[in-house]
Unconditional design. Structure first.
Lengths: 328, 201
């Protein structure tokens, strides 16, 4: 072992990352100022709601049309690197690209738009209109589902024969995972509303949930996959089942935008024919994509293709309302 | 409604391998693109600075490095595809301002076996990394180097730059880098003597 190897090993076992939140914030401010000076355009505002998506409204060349806050997202995201790595995190990912930079911008815009959104209250209701394939599919058949879930977890509403039916929301026999933490139906939104709304902190929670789940996983049971891909999967599974408040949803986009195995699609079309953008992950021949309305920043749905088999779900519309039976 | 995912879900062209130089060039008209440079290199620069000075100072170093780089992006030669030498050069200038702190920490590590840089990572007394004999010897040797020599050695061993990249980072001829490296290695060998550990704590 020569002297350079000895030097190379000194402090080599220290943590891989430092907290880059503050450096990112400072750079973001600088970039904002420069962008504002050169272009003078601010972020568009959006509100989660019906997915009237159109990339055109967001701007076909978001970077070039004055995405002032692009860099803001970077740090939110970049701060992720200060989060302790998932023990199983070995997935390297490919370099972030200019398209991925647009994903960062999207996350930042979503965050800024969400900042002015009021907090969800316990007596409000979460509305969702979901479109998914029929369990026993007929050609072209789908299964629309409109539901209202009270934020405090007490009640659940749905349409039956055109009439609104409201039932108590009892604890489910099988808790449902929220970012891979098992939560009962009664507690799901109290847990959701307790989550941090910055990407770095949220990712830390997800990683912790994954670690906890991995520790209790029976020997031989399938795992979620390695580190970063597991984070993507945990997010995908959550978005499929839960409508999230805007601030948390923006943080989710921030996590996705900076995940090394996740990349950004500038144009996707969901199964309802609506266009949007997406964060996707590929593994071999499989592709899994989270679709987003770039105008409202609402989650549009999920699309997975693996071995010529596909799974999809579209969130046609979602939002917070005062009473069950209302639409956003 | 379409189930033809293969035809519907086409990823957009991404320009995955766009060199740093081109991104910096484009960022002159589209400042937001500079965020990509941060994404690509902030972790590496941060880790390098943290190994030299500890995480607290490293945060400032990273922040200042990218601010300076952003402000000077007009001067960057776009033909240089890899921006790391430029960024590490800026970071090195900032690290040099803390020369005394760095040497003091290395000397303390050599003397006590407790690495204050590692300590500031853990912030837990019971998690102190008591350095082994090899670490202490290396720290003592690094502390004895001239700062110019230490920069060259650490840019190569900790930042994984090549000789020509170090030359670019420091703004000196490659021959100067090699001569500094040779002198540094001689001094390290002399300081480390016959020390030949199989591991270093």
């Amino acid at each position: 072992m020569d002297e350079l190897h000895l030097v190379a090993q000194l402090r080599d076992n220290y943590p891989a990352g430092i907290d880059l939140t503050e450096p990112e914030r400072r750079l973001s401010a600088e970039i904002r100022a420069a962008a504002a000076t050169s272009q003078g355009r601010g972020p568009r505002r959006g509100r989660p709601g019906r997915s009237t998506s159109s990339w055109g409204r967001f701007g076909p060349k978001l970077v070039a049309t004055g995405a002032i806050a692009a860099a803001v997202a970077i740090g939110a995201a970049i701060a992720l690197q200060s989060v302790p790595a998932h023990p199983a995190a070995k997935a390297g990912g490919s370099p972030k690209t200019s398209a991925d930079a647009i994903g960062l911008q999207l996350a930042d815009y979503a965050s800024q738009a969400a900042a002015s959104e009021p907090e969800w209250q316990p007596d409000q209701w979460v509305y969702s209109d979901i479109l998914r394939p029929e369990a026993q599919p007929k050609p072209g058949a789908t299964n629309p589902t409109i539901t209202w879930t009270q934020v405090d977890g007490d009640q659940f509403g749905y349409l039956q024969g055109g009439q609104l039916v409201i039932n108590p929301l009892g604890p489910l026999a099988q808790p449902t995972p929220v970012f891979w933490k098992d939560v009962t139906a009664n507690d799901m939104y109290s847990y959701v509303l307790s989550l941090p709304t910055t990407p770095a902190a949220l990712r830390a929670v997800i990683v912790n949930n994954l670690e906890t789940a991995a520790q209790s996983r029976p020997a031989g049971a399938p795992s979620l996959g390695d580190g970063n891909s597991a984070v993507f999967t945990a997010i995908s599974a959550t978005l499929i089942y839960y409508v999230l408040p805007p601030k948390l949803l923006a943080a989710v986009y921030g996590v996705l935008a900076t995940d090394p195995v996740v990349h950004f699609d500038k144009s996707v079309t969901d199964n309802a024919g609506q266009t949007g953008v997406g964060f996707y992950m590929t593994q071999g021949s499989s592709k899994s994509e989270i679709m987003i309305n770039p105008s409202t920043y609402a989650y549009m749905g999920h699309d997975s293709v693996s071995n010529a088999q596909s799974y999809w779900i579209d969130l046609v519309s979602s939002g917070i309302v005062q009473q069950a039976g209302q639409t956003p | 409604m379409s189930h033809a995912h293969q035809t519907v879900m086409k990823p957009a062209a991404t320009g995955d391998d766009e060199p740093d130089g081109e991104i910096i060039g484009r960022s002159r008209g589209e400042p937001e693109l500079f965020s990509l440079l941060f994404l690509r290199h902030a972790t590496g620069v941060g880790r390098y600075a943290a190994r030299r000075l500890g995480p607290n100072l490293a945060e400032d170093i990273v922040a200042e490095t990218f601010l300076v780089a952003f402000r000077q992006r007009d001067r960057y030669d776009q033909a240089r595809r890899d921006a790391r030498p430029w960024l590490y050069g800026i970071a090195g200038n900032l690290i040099r301002r803390h020369h005394r702190d760095e040497v003091r920490q290395l000397q303390a590590l050599a003397r006590t076996g407790v690495d204050s840089v590692a300590e500031s990572f853990t912030e837990r007394a019971d998690a102190r990394l008591a350095a082994g004999a090899a670490s202490r010897a290396v720290a003592a040797a690094l502390a004895e180097l001239d700062s110019d020599q230490r920069d060259v050695v650490l840019l190569i061993t900790w930042a994984d730059l090549t000789y020509d990249q170090v030359a670019e980072a420091l703004g000196i001829p490659e021959g100067t880098v090699r001569s500094r490296m040779n002198r540094a290695r001689s001094r390290l060998r002399a300081a480390l003597g016959d020390f030949n550990p199989t591991t270093i704590a």
